[in-house]
Design a protein around this ligand. Structure first.
Ligand code: HEM
Length: 432
């Protein structure tokens, strides 16, 4: 009974983890859906977890594990996991990002035009979701508009099953998601074959980065099978879509709620040109050239991390921040609680991007995770966010529509309830 009440509280109470950390300390155990689960927060407990090597493994709820599939690197461990990370990581190397960046700039420009043409008020969230999906589908998979739309529909159905009960009764979100998974893998297989055929004929790939996967080897030194690669591509859509969309929505929402910080940022952006010079998109707005932008993005990710937490499973007893955690426990690392945890919680709850530019700043940040499973797409996500922020904020003036619910839904990722309704117009020299 206590386990059921805990599960209900976990699903309903946005303050679930924080209130229990306050009561029980940085490492505490509870029961969720019959699974003994240990919640942890704070630098020490997390550093101890990352140092565990083979005593821990990756873990996902059943629904996510089944929808990602047995070959996905998210469901693999040890040498299998490392081999696939090496292959997939090639899609996010600096040279790959340079190749993708003109497409991302073009997608930002297209969004800009679309927003200006849309009747007011405009809901930003669905458009930012579409943008985040298009970036991965275009840059990594090399898809054009029509193929992207076909994939998007099945992908949304698949996403709706991710955090549902994993019973495949006909008509349930999980059953529909399993069907969508089959279709998605077929489509991804076709995309892969096209890229392989282009590579075999010596023709340059029209778009995307799939040629970068050629020669990828598994843990036994053998080429990765096509169905294996297709599952890694499905993982990339999952890992990169909702997360990036959430970070973009929260960035715009937070800035519109904090006009002084928005004006502070715009003063920096006014000194930078848009679009970036050819070949310069990757570095034009980096931390060196746009330190305020970097600070704003970090601060939004600190207060509203797209991924609130991640999981591991213990295979042996381990000690985290001096607390013994038995074998066969799921450990949930709370990113949200850790990033707000410190000597002065009220100050840490405030949006103050300047803190990241102070010389003695000592803020704990973990939005992309850490250790052996640190986010593979971090560099692409950061590039997306910088290009979109500069491209939209320099060119458009936004006003929040009154009387809308701006409360954040938190599952699967933070997003304002009413879709972030705004009125917008081209930005002029008189605008702040
Ligand atoms: C703002 C955007 C993003 C955030 C906040 C984010 C966050 C994270 C976090 C916290 C993890 C660690 C999960 C764990 O330890 O179990 C992770 C893993 C991962 N991310 Fe991201 N991510 C973002 C964007 C992306 C993008 C754009 C891609 C690729 C297109 C991507 C690909 C991955 C992959 C493949 C993993 C699994 C790594 C592994 O299990 O070894 N992410 N991400």
């Amino acid at each position: 009974m206590a386990g059921v009440l805990e599960t209900l509280a976990f699903l309903r109470d946005p303050d679930f983890a924080r209130s229990r950390f306050e009561r029980y300390g940085d490492v505490y155990e509870t029961s969720l859906l019959g699974q003994r689960t240990v919640f942890i927060r704070g630098e020490q407990a997390i550093a101890d977890l990352f140092a565990q090597g083979d005593a821990i493994q990756g873990w996902w709820p059943d629904s996510v594990r089944q929808l990602l599939g047995p070959l996905s690197l998210a469901n693999r461990n040890g040498v299998d996991h490392k081999a696939r990370r090496r292959v997939v990581g090639q899609l996010f190397a600096s040279a790959a990002l340079r190749r993708y960046s003109p497409e991302i700039v073009a997608l930002v420009e297209a969004l800009n035009q679309e927003l200006l043409a849309a009747p007011a008020p405009v809901a930003l969230v669905p458009r930012l979701r579409r943008f985040a999906f298009s970036v991965i589908a275009t840059t990594v998979l090399g898809l054009d508009g029509g193929d992207r739309d076909a994939l998007f529909e099945d992908f949304e159905t698949w996403c709706q099953g991710l955090f549902s009960l994993p019973f495949a009764l006909p008509g349930t979100p999980f059953a529909r998601a399993l069907q969508a998974r089959k279709r998605l893998l077929l489509r991804l297989g076709c995309v892969l074959h096209k890229a392989q055929a282009a590579a075999a004929s010596g023709a340059p790939l029209a778009a995307g980065g799939l040629d970068l996967l050629a020669g990828g080897l598994d843990e036994a030194g053998l080429p990765l099978a096509d169905d294996d690669v297709a599952e890694q591509l499905l993982l990339l859509l999952f890992a990169g879509y909702e997360t990036t969309a959430s970070s973009l929505s929260c960035l715009l929402l937070t800035l519109l709620q904090h006009p002084a910080e928005l004006a502070w940022l715009l003063a920096e952006l006014d000194g930078l040109s848009w679009p970036p010079a050819e070949g310069e998109a990757v570095s034009a707005y980096d931390a060196l050239r746009a330190p305020r932008l970097e600070a704003v993005v970090k601060e939004v990710m600190r207060l509203t991390p797209p991924v609130g937490g991640f999981f591991r499973r213990t295979l042996e007893p381990i000690a985290l921040a001096g607390v013994l955690v038995p074998a066969e426990r799921v450990v949930q690392v709370s990113i949200t609680a850790s990033q707000r945890h410190g000597a002065d919680p009220a100050e840490l709850a405030a949006f103050r991007p300047q803190r990241h530019l102070e010389p003695d700043t000592n803020v704990f940040l973990l939005p992309y995770g850490g250790g052996e499973r640190v986010c593979l797409g971090k560099a692409l996500a950061e590039l997306d966010i910088r290009l979109l922020a500069v491209g939209l904020l320099k060119q458009l003036s936004f006003a929040l529509e009154p009387d809308q619910d701006l409360t954040l839904m938190v599952i699967p990722s933070p997003s304002p309830k009413d879709g972030l309704l705004v009125r917008l117009r081209p930005r002029t020299a008189q605008d702040p």
